[in-house]
Every structure is written in C-alpha cells, then in structure tokens.
Design a protein around this ligand. Structure first.
Ligand code: PAF
Length: 277
C-alpha cells in the first residue's frame, strides 16, 4: 500500500510491476461509497489497483468552486486502501500542469450538448487530465461510475483515439436508500431539499417503467418524466432528454437509449441518468 505524489516515483513503481495488470480509478477525492464500489470492482478485475486523487483545476469554470472543493487526502487514502487499492497516486498540481500549461485536448462532439453546453470548457479539462493520467498510469482498464454518463462517453471517445488498448468500464450508479445517486453534490442538499430531490430518481424510474411496458416514443417518455418532476416546482429542470447511448444524439424512438437529467434545487445543481434497456 503506497501513497505516491511524484510522477517519477509513480513511473518507477509502474515499471517495477510491468508484467501485472492494472485497473485504474481516477477521482478528485472526496470519496463516497460510489467510489468504494468502483475500487472494489477494480480489485476483482486486475492484479493491482491504482486510485488517483487530483482536484483538476482545468475542469472548473469557477475558481471559488475549485478553491472550496473538499480535500482530505489522508482520509481518501485510507478509504481507497480499505476498498482494495494498492497505490494511491496524488500528483502535485505543478508536475501535472505547470503554471504556463495551455495544451488542452479538444473533446469529441459528444461533449457539445448537455453538461458541455452548461459548463463551457469543462470536458476539455476532463479529457486533458484523464489523457495525462492514462499516459502516466498506463492501466489495462479504467473504471468510471455511470452517474456522470456524458463524462464517460466523452472520455471513451478520447481513449478510443489516444489509448486504444485501455478498456473503459462503466459501472452502474450507486444509489442511497432514498433513490438519490451518491455524489458529493447531493451531499450538499438540506434535509428538506433532499426529500424534494427524490422526485428525480422517481421521474427517471417512471420513464423506465413506461419504456419497459412498451412505450418507445421519446416525447411520450419525456412528458411522463416532466409530469413527475413538475410535482416539485422548486426544481428548475435544465434538461431532460432521451438520447442514444453511444452518440448522445436525441432520438425519436428510444432504443439503446439513456435518459439524461440536470436541474437545480435549492442552489445545488444535480445530474442523474438512467439506461433504457
Ligand atoms: O469524475 C471525476 O471525478 C473527474 O471528472 C475525473 C474523471 C477524475 C477527472 O478529473
């Protein structure tokens, strides 16, 4: 079990285990049970598990958001090791991205809508850091949670291009008993808002149920979801869309589709999604 900060030290370790398979779970820390289950799954897939902890300034639109992002390296390290990690890589900001860094990758067009539209520049920051981490960690597989569905689609497109040997694994969103996806943002809700937010998974589930009953017309599925979300007028819906799972293009008929949701409740921006199988 090791906590490594320096890129050179990490690369030396990686060389020393060159003949073993490595599963990689990239994170920005603030680990919760959703991350723990990604790490536990990683440990079943490969000989070794690397977890990275790096709060990536490049993907934050707002400097205050970046400054206030929760950081507790020691507790994240312990949580990672307990969940099954062998090495936690927490690189120094300067080493990964020196102050004059400006070589951002351009994400694929999958990044254009939804989160990409709401958060300009966000996905360029995400693919730039993940590409850099993939170069250093050289994993066999990389594991992500489905909670950030569009993020994983954007990373997969980058990885297919630049790291074709790395297998991207998407694991189902881990939910709390009230149905809300586990996330550092959901944790910011007050008790009262949290109760109201439960309408989000209910709306997604209602769409999935209708779909399972044979309704495939996207506009019908979408209006069912909006009807349920409308029960809590304090939720400001940014988008609720039925899109194709790979391209994230909107579809008239929901086959191999996923429902994407984003909204704001009590000043907290929430996203969620559900696959329509
Ligand atoms: O989902 C996250 O925590 C981050 O966006 C990621 C993938 C670690 C890149 O900084």
């Amino acid at each position: 079990m090791m906590l490594i900060h320096s890129t050179n030290e990490f690369s030396a370790w990686r060389k020393s285990v060159a003949n073993q398979t490595v599963a990689f779970v990239p994170t920005m820390g603030a680990l919760h049970s959703g991350h723990h289950s990604l790490i536990a799954h990683a440990a079943q897939q490969c000989d070794l598990v690397v977890v990275s902890i790096f709060v990536n300034a490049l993907q934050f639109g707002d400097v205050n958001d970046y400054d206030n992002y929760p950081r507790d390296e020691q507790s994240d390290y312990l949580a990672s090791i307990t969940a099954g990690a062998n090495v936690v890589f927490a690189p120094h900001q300067q080493e990964l991205f020196p102050a004059d860094f400006d070589r951002y990758l351009t994400p694929s067009s999958i990044a254009n809508e939804y989160e990409g539209r709401q958060r300009p520049g966000h996905f360029a920051g995400v693919v730039t850091v993940v590409h850099r981490l993939f170069d250093i960690v050289q994993p066999d597989i990389a594991i992500f949670g489905a909670k950030d569905y569009q993020q994983v689609a954007v990373i997969r497109a980058m990885s297919d291009d630049l790291h074709p040997t790395i297998r991207i694994v998407l694991l189902e969103t881990v939910r709390d008993t009230d149905g809300l996806a586990l996330s550092s943002r959901n944790a910011r809700l007050s008790v009262a808002s949290r109760l109201q937010a439960q309408v989000i998974p209910r709306a997604l589930q209602a769409i999935a149920t209708l779909h399972a009953q044979g309704e495939t017309r996207s506009h019908m599925l979408k209006s069912e979801g909006l009807k349920i979300l409308g029960l809590v007028p304090s939720i400001h819906v940014e988008y609720l869309e039925i899109v194709q799972q790979d391209t994230l293009n909107t579809v008239a008929e929901a086959r191999n589709a996923v429902v994407l949701f984003a909204g704001v409740l009590d000043g907290v921006r929430l996203i969620d999604n559900l696959l329509l199988q």
